[in-house]
Ligand binder design. Structure first.
Ligand SMILES: [Mg+2]
Length: 178
């Protein structure tokens, strides 16, 4: 298995541990954030307190945020609306055409865009195809929606290999080198 196309730009245990100053240091102004198991559990119909305060903080610093989820439009809309966020449901990651479209339509600079997600097979692949940077995280909670189980079967060995070969760039290390 070729692991090269799965190497994320950055790695974090979860989105909540990342200092907002890191995004600034890396010249990022737009965050495309995966929903299930990145921001919240797939069971969370509405945003957790944690998610609310993170988004509020990011907004205060002027970040442009779009939720990008493969989940059904309704689930994504309900969640994103509660945070007053732009969103893309049925995003069809690992394909990139919908992501490219939303970036073009909103005149968003790809160079300053980062996708954050917990899955190699969907989030990392889609970001690479769209030509944007990507931060891979671990899953936020244990349980996954059944549709994700098959992706995890492929994800696990690749992730292990990336770790073994030291190909996961922890955001802290990148940050310290700045
Ligand atoms: Mg996810």
């Amino acid at each position: 298995m070729c692991t090269r196309r799965y190497i994320p730009t950055y790695y974090a245990n979860n989105i909540y541990e990342v200092d907002i100053a890191f995004y600034e240091a890396e010249n990022i102004t737009t965050l495309l954030i995966d929903l299930d198991n990145t921001l919240d559990s797939f069971k969370a119909k509405t945003p957790s307190e944690k998610a609310r305060s993170l988004i509020e903080n990011l907004h205060q610093y002027g970040y442009n945020i779009i939720i990008i989820s493969n989940n059904k439009g309704n689930r994504v809309k309900t969640y994103a609306d509660a945070l007053d966020l732009a969103y893309l449901g049925n995003a069809r990651k690992p394909f990139a055409y919908k992501i490219k479209k939303i970036l073009a339509e909103n005149d968003i600079d790809k160079e300053k865009t980062l996708l954050i997600g917990d899955q190699l097979m969907t989030d990392v692949r889609a970001a690479k195809r769209a030509g944007i940077r990507v931060m891979l995280t671990e899953k936020l909670v244990k349980e996954d929606q059944w549709t994700t189980h098959i992706n995890r079967l492929f994800d696990r060995p690749i992730r292990r290999k990336l770790k073994r070969k030291n190909l996961l760039n922890d955001w802290r290390e990148v940050y310290e080198q700045n």
